[in-house]
Structure formats: C-alpha cells, structure tokens
Design a binder for this molecule. Structure first.
Ligand code: SF4
Length: 408
C-alpha cells in the first residue's frame, strides 16, 4: 500500500503565527508590565479580559506537554512531590514541568509559563483544576479564586444559572483590586460579543464535518481549536476562523475529504491522546475511516453567551457543558450527534487520569448502543501519561473495530 499522507490546512501557518504572538504577549519581554490571570479552559475568561488581564490557560500548556511527549518524563517529578499518578496528568505534567524548569515554550525562545497575579478556576470540569491552581497560589503567594459550579447537572435551570452568575459577579471586586482596573460593563459586553462570534465560527468549522466526505477530522480539530480555547473574546480568533472556514468550504465545494476514500465515520468520545495524535490519524486514514466528531472539540461551543445578560449568559454557557452534566443529557447529546454526523461507530477513550471526561465507566456505551444500534469500542489510555497506553493493543482494537464496521 502507498504510504498515506495527512492533508494539511493552508490556514495552519496563520494559526501558528497567531498562537506564537499570543504566547509572546504573555511571556515575551513586554509581558513584565502586564497583569496575568491564569484561567481554567472553561473559566470566566471574558470577565478577565474585560478587566484588562492577559489570560493564560495552563491546560493548553498541559496539552503541549502531551503532544511533545515531554509529559511522560515530567509526571514522575510531580508524583515525587506528592501528586498521585492517578490524578489529572495535565496537572502532574504541568507541575513536573515547573519543578524541572522545562517547557515546550523554551523551544520558542520563551522563558516558560508566566507567573500569575491571580489564578481563577471553575470547577465545572473537575476538582483537579482547583488543586492545580492552589499549588501555584502557595508557591507564589498570590490569590486563587473561582467558581464552584455543580457537577452532574440535569437541566440547567434558573437556580443553577443564578447560583453561578452570582459567583461570577462576586469575582469582580477582588479582581478589580488585583488588576487595578474598574469593570466597564460596555467592555464586558464587547468581549462577550467577540467570544460569542468566535464560538459561532468554531461551531461552523466543526459542522463542516457533517458532510461526507468530511473535510476535517477530530485530529485536525484538536490542533485547530487552539484559538477557540485561548483567544476567545479577541478579534484575532474571529479573523482566524473566518479564514479556516473559507478553506473548509472550498474543500467541500471541491469534494476533498480529509481522509481519502472515506468509508466509515467515527465519533471520538473522551480526551485526545496528545502524544499519539499523528499515529492515530494515520491509522484511521489507512483504514479509510474518518473520525468526524467528538465531545471534546465541541466543548468550546458556548451558544448561550449573551452580551445583554453578561453574568447569566456566562453562567449558563459554562454550566451547559457536556462534562458537568449527568448521564441523561450526555446520552441525549450523543444521540443527536450520532444522527447529525451520520456516525457508524463510537470510540470511547477511557483516560486513566481523567475520570471526569471518560464516559465508558457507567454503562453508557451499552445503553447508547441499545438505543441506536451503533457499535462501539473502548480503548484504555490517557491524555498525557503514555505509560498508561499500549500502542499495540490500541492499534489491534481499532483495526478489529473497523473490520466489524465493514461487516455491519
Ligand atoms: S477535566 Fe480531566 S484533563 Fe481536564 S483538568 Fe480535569 S482531570 Fe484534567
């Protein structure tokens, strides 16, 4: 068989420049003058931007440590310090990186993650983010504040929205003191409006994959999602997704699929395996199977952000996330996605160190299969800790699964 090559996007060059510029703003020579807020990936970034903070997202650094495969060597340092090998491997990679003083940012000529003036978490995704931020708060003697969003939410009703919105409002006063700026409500509305536009474009990017052949795969999306995560609320993220979307539309018009000869369409449930993205993308391409949708990449669609109701809109958007919902809404969501993206099979990644984003542990695959008759496979692995991943076993499982699809 001729060797398979993955198709790159022209737009990616622009994204590299954009991300590089963002990292330089945070860690370059001029960053010293700025107030830096660390924020969890689904934390109240809009509020922080409106208050004039530069916003840094350590989960992005965690993913970089995974993708560069530095994580596996760094995790043991955090383990030795007292952070269990069983907890979030973003956390342990990032703290290991701090303890060793090594980061992928060094290769960009940057000193490493910026020191925070304040750390702002949202427990909507897990408790680990708060523990992670508290480590740095103790190291640097800076405040760590945040939102305690309930988890396992059924309906996101008015009580939950009010509860979380009030907590967001209560962040304003301490953040004004730390940042030295008063909150300008017009500025907040403007940032939320930009964030919502970014989210709408990101959604449009992901939805191009509903076409067959799909012009983009999950593996492309895990890279392309960078601006949606770290630059939402800024115009440059919007500009970027307009360019990417135009390229995707061109692929659709030309009938160009991301996977040559796409035969089967897979839904990826759970975290990416950052150190193996390329290997997996190649294997699926060889099997003429496109991974076209995922809960992970869809987690940065915040439809309910509302510039006219800034606090309620943020509260609702950040509490409607898949990860903080109970199994009923999760299943209903998956059913809709399976239909919308014309899915032939679901792959569940059981990530050992992230029970929060592993949904194969409480019978959901079996229930969903009974409802939809769509087959599934569960692969064991991890987002960052490759000691928990068997390449050989995963390859065999994926091959067998695609074989099963061909006989369905
Ligand atoms: S959701 Fe999972 S991967 Fe993300 S910070 Fe929490 S434990 Fe880590």
């Amino acid at each position: 068989m001729a060797s398979i090559e993955l198709k790159n996007f022209e737009a990616s060059k622009k994204m590299k420049g954009l991300m590089g510029q963002y990292f330089t703003e945070l860690m370059g020579p001029e960053a010293k003058e700025k107030k830096i807020a660390w924020c969890t990936s689904v934390g109240p970034a809009e509020l922080l931007r409106a208050l004039g903070f530069e916003v840094y997202f350590p989960e992005n650094h965690g993913a970089m440590l995974g993708a560069t495969r530095m994580a596996t060597d760094l995790i043991p340092l955090a383990n030795a310090r007292g952070f269990s090998p069983d907890i979030c491997s973003y956390l342990t990679s990032d703290i290991g990186s701090y303890l060793k003083g090594e980061s992928p940012f060094n290769k960009m000529g940057l000193s490493g993650p910026p020191k925070a003036d304040v750390l702002v978490f949202n427990t909507n995704q897990c408790r680990d983010v708060k523990d992670w931020f508290q480590f740095y708060a103790r190291q640097w003697d800076v405040p760590c504040i945040g939102l305690h969003t309930p988890r396992s939410i059924g309906d996101v009703d008015e009580n939950i929205v009010k509860f979380v919105a009030k907590q967001i409002e209560e962040l304003v006063e301490p953040l004004e003191k730390i940042g030295g700026n008063k909150l300008d409500m017009d500025k907040l509305k403007e940032v939320i409006n930009l964030s919502r536009k970014c989210t709408q474009l990101w959604k449009a990017v992901l939805e191009t994959a509903a076409n067959s052949p799909s012009p983009i795969t999950f593996f492309d999306e895990t890279i392309q999602m960078g601006p949606a995560v770290v630059l939402r609320g800024r115009q440059d993220a919007i500009d970027y997704y307009e360019i990417l979307l135009a390229e995707l539309k061109q692929r659709l018009a030309d009938g160009v699929g991301a996977v040559e000869g796409e035969n089967y369409r897979i839904y990826w449930e759970g975290m990416p395996i950052w150190g193996k993205l390329k290997n997996l993308a190649l294997q699926f391409a060889e099997l003429q199977t496109a991974v076209v949708a995922s809960t992970y990449c869809n987690s940065w669609i915040f439809d309910t952000l509302d510039p006219d109701k800034p606090f309620e809109g943020m509260a609702r958007a950040y509490s409607e996330l898949y990860i903080c919902r109970s199994d009923e809404p999760k299943e209903a969501y998956m059913e809709r996605m399976i239909e919308r993206y014309n899915i032939d099979g679901v792959l569940y990644h059981n990530a050992k160190t992230c029970p929060n984003n592993s949904n194969s542990r409480y019978d959901m695959p079996q229930r969903l299969n009974a409802k939809t008759d769509i087959p599934f496979v569960i692969i064991d692995g991890d987002l960052n800790d490759l000691r928990l991943y068997s390449e050989e076993q995963t390859r065999t499982n994926i091959e067998a699964f695609c074989e099963q699809l061909s006989q369905a």
